[in-house]
Design a binder for this molecule. Structure first.
Ligand code: 6GU
Length: 226
């Protein structure tokens, strides 16, 4: 999958040079290009912000550099995403859906946002990462890209996807590693039993209890009920 990220702050994307996302890029299953919107400005002072019509606090990103930056990477198979607190809230299902696309373009907004016509021209999907406001679209773009990458073939093993939180509608069960007793606290006996059926049953119970306690909004009982 190819992902082009348009931003005024390309250095914000350094985290993609680490760990799983870096490995996926080296393997060739993921290609992430970070593009500096400022490289597209025609303003002699390289200015990339402008005042909103109608007045009000703050500045918008200038239309021309953002438009030209998108045009430089867009084709008919591209899906354009605009991270914004005014969008629909991103979740596990959206991550899976985006992972099926062949080309994504992220426009990272700064200041008070972008001109509405850019959203219309490129049919951009506005997506938020939660009910709070951040200073720019870079962190949300990174969150969304990190999360969708996990569903791109070749990035992770199939097992790691099946056992994680949300994959079965439940939060993940507690996990333990060595030693068997740490600071006086013991690993639950069942995990040492070697009885895989009992272990699976215990894990399911723990996942259900945790989901009921922490996220009652997610808990709908057994699959199929409601
Ligand atoms: Cl996508 N952008 C900004 N600036 N703030 C947010 C957000 C996005 N999602 C939640 N808060």
């Amino acid at each position: 999958m190819r992902i082009d990220v348009l931003t005024l702050f390309p250095d914000s994307f350094k985290p993609f040079e680490e760990s799983i996302i870096s490995r996926a890029q080296k393997k060739g299953v993921l290609q992430i290009n970070i593009i500096n919107i400022r490289d597209f400005t025609k303003d002699k002072h390289k200015k990339c912000d402008d005042t909103p019509f109608g007045g009000g606090a703050g500045m918008l990103m200038s239309v021309q550099p953002v438009y030209d930056a998108v045009k430089s990477v867009w084709d008919k198979n591209s899906k354009v995403i605009f991270p914004s607190p005014s969008g629909k809230v991103f979740n596990h299902e959206k991550a899976k859906e985006y992972a099926q696309q062949e080309h994504l373009i992220f426009i990272c907004g700064h200041y008070e946002g972008i001109d509405q016509r850019l959203i219309e021209i490129f049919d951009a999907e506005e997506v938020s990462i939660g009910d709070y406001v951040l200073t720019g679209g870079e962190l949300p773009a990174m969150v969304i890209i990190d999360s969708l990458s996990r569903f791109v073939d070749g990035v992770l093993s199939k097992e790691s996807l099946n056992e994680e939180s949300f994959s079965n509608g439940l939060l993940e069960y507690p996990q333990y590693t060595r030693p068997q007793i740490f600071e006086g606290l013991k690993v639950p006996e069942v995990l040492l039993s070697g009885n895989h059926a009992e272990i699976a049953k215990w894990r399911k119970e723990m996942a259900e209890q945790k989901t009921k306690r922490v996220r009652p909004d997610l808990f709908k009982g057994e699959k199929g009920e409601d």
